[in-house]
Design a protein around this ligand. Structure first.
Ligand SMILES: C[S@@+](CC[C@H](N)C(=O)[O-])C[C@H]1O[C@@H](n2cnc3c(N)ncnc32)[C@H](O)[C@@H]1O
Length: 510
């Protein structure tokens, strides 16, 4: 089954047979004509449907009805659809054998016929500019870049504004210029940040403009009209109308160059082949022709009066040729669509590659951050071992000292309380550490000690001894020597006080 029919069915009511969605396809075309003024009905329906379905697949809509709804509510959708329908596939020197012939025969002939006068060229459906710039390069080769600007005007038109914006920049990627012969690339392009920019003089020979072949007036007095791979998207009626306009646009004796699939079998009344293989035509010179075609340009139909038997046979032949032409064009449009899909896939691939590269660099960065963290971690572990050793050492120092050792901070909170202090005052180090020394029931004469501590912390007293009478854990009175020394930070500010308590021999009983 045709892909279109497959998705073009709406199963609205299970009791009813599926209704083909075809009506909504027509409604989409009507909606676009009314709201955007673009005549998509003039294009070949098969190709149009394929492009529409492709877009629908991207936005995840499965019926034409659903897509019509989307077009009505989402304003930006039109531009995306327009882009998808107007296939912009193109390249420099596309079909090289045609351009060889143009350079060797047609262009020298045009130059000679113009006899120092102006040469007017129209590239219709120019996409992103490669075709008109190919023409500019060949003309520069023929008459020199300096005379090119004085003598040659190349009008390059397209219905697609986005493609024209790209064309006006005249800057192309290495892949896009890969079809230009090396010598010409070096001669007419300048490097531009990894890309290639066409020289200004050549660029200025080409005048870009938005022009819809279906409704805008043709450019007049043209010597060479190049319209390749564009007509083949139009239906037969529209092709007729467009060709009639081309006929009016060309000077008598001018040239029409079409694309590989475009043969004009059914338009022999207007154009005669000069070189059919290369799709090169000339307008037929007949005195009454212009007026007749001015009718045709509007309706798209030709009338034939004399139909003899021979004519009838000719007609059949023409019909067959026409069918052949249509089949060939159909094949070629499918081909272009495939090429455009390949280009899109290539672009997606490039995007994926660059995302991949970004991920790779992020990965590298993460790995290096990880390594840094690991070394910081190792440093911390080593320091922690040092610290533990220092602590153990200090603890053993405090345990080995024969005196009771008490260290308090500036708030008089106990930082160190050694075993001898516990033994003397009956308060364990776990109970004492962290608490205010003056709150501990340790048998010390508090007012005396408090006063001394305050003065040492204020810096109004130097280190010195204090003799006190205290009460031991057994309730016995003991005379003690309190050696009180300020604890200083490396910057010399006072951080607390160290108290060494020595029991005096000959303690009195209470
Ligand atoms: C496949 S490209 C051909 C480009 C170039 N001529 C070549 O052969 O390499 C067809 C171009 O026709 C343009 N086009 C389609 N419909 C048009 C219309 N109604 N008026 C003007 N240009 C149209 C598209 O936007 C697209 O850029």
């Amino acid at each position: 089954m045709d892909k279109f029919l497959e998705v073009g069915v709406v199963e609205s009511d299970p009791a009813m047979a599926p209704v083909p969605d075809e009506r909504f396809f027509e409604e989409i075309l009507l909606h676009l004509q009314q709201t955007r003024g673009f005549e998509f009905a003039a294009y070949k329906p098969a190709s149009l449907k394929r492009r529409l379905l492709k877009r629908m697949q991207v936005v995840g809509v499965s019926t034409f009805e659903g897509y019509l709804d989307l077009l009505q509510v989402r304003q930006e959708e039109f531009a995306e659809l327009f882009n998808s329908i107007l296939i912009n596939v193109t390249s420099f020197f596309r079909d090289p054998e045609v351009w060889d012939h143009m350079a060797a025969v047609v262009i020298p002939e045009l130059v000679q016929a113009a006899d120092d006068g102006e040469i007017r060229i129209w590239s219709a459906g120019c996409a992103s500019g490669q075709e008109p710039f190919t023409l500019a390069i060949l003309l520069a080769e023929a008459i020199g870049a300096a005379r090119l600007r004085e003598r040659v005007k190349i009008y390059a038109t397209d219905a697609d504004d986005h493609a024209l914006t790209v064309a006006r920049l005249a800057t192309y990627s290495p892949r896009q210029v890969s079809d230009i012969p090396d010598a010409l690339l070096r001669k007419y392009f300048e490097p531009a940040g990894g890309d290639y920019a066409l020289q200004r003089d050549l660029r200025r020979t080409v005048v870009f403009g938005r022009h819809d072949l279906l409704q805008d007036a043709p450019i007049s007095r043209v010597d060479l009209l190049v319209c390749r791979n564009t007509l083949m998207y139009f239906n037969a009626d529209t092709q007729g109308r467009t060709l009639a306009r081309f006929y009016l646009s060309l000077k008598p004796g001018g040239y029409l160059l079409l694309g590989r699939a475009e043969m004009l079998f059914s338009h022999g009344a207007m154009f005669t082949p000069v070189d059919l293989k290369r799709r090169l035509f000339r307008p037929v010179a007949k005195p009454d022709h212009r007026a007749r075609l001015l009718l045709l340009a509007q309706t798209g139909r030709v009338t034939f009066n004399e139909i003899t038997e021979q004519r009838a046979l000719q007609g059949e032949l023409l019909q067959l040729k026409h069918e052949l032409e249509t089949a060939y064009e159909e094949l070629e449009t499918t081909n272009e669509e495939l090429q455009s899909t390949v280009e899109e896939l290539e672009a997606t691939n490039e995007e994926l590659q660059s995302t991949n590269e970004e991920l790779e660099t992020m990965n590298e960065e993460l790995q290096s951050a990880n390594q840094e963290l690991q070394s910081t971690n190792e440093e911390l572990r080593a320091r922690s071992i040092d610290l533990n050793q220092a602590n153990t050492f200090l603890e053993s120092v405090f345990a080995s000292v024969r005196s009771a050792v008490v260290i308090v901070n500036r708030d008089s909170r106990v930082l160190v309380w050694n075993d001898r202090a516990a033994d003397l005052w009956g308060v364990r180090s776990q109970e004492a550490e962290g608490r205010n020394l003056l709150d501990l029931d340790a048998g010390l004469p508090l007012p005396q000690v408090r006063e001394h501590l305050r003065e040492l912390l204020d810096g109004t007293r130097e280190a010195g001894d204090l003799m006190v009478s205290a009460t031991s854990r057994r309730g016995t009175a003991v005379d003690c020597r309190l050696r009180m020394t300020p604890l200083r930070h490396p910057g010399n500010e006072i951080a607390g006080v160290i108290l060494l308590v020595e029991e005096q021999v000959g303690a009195q009983q209470p």
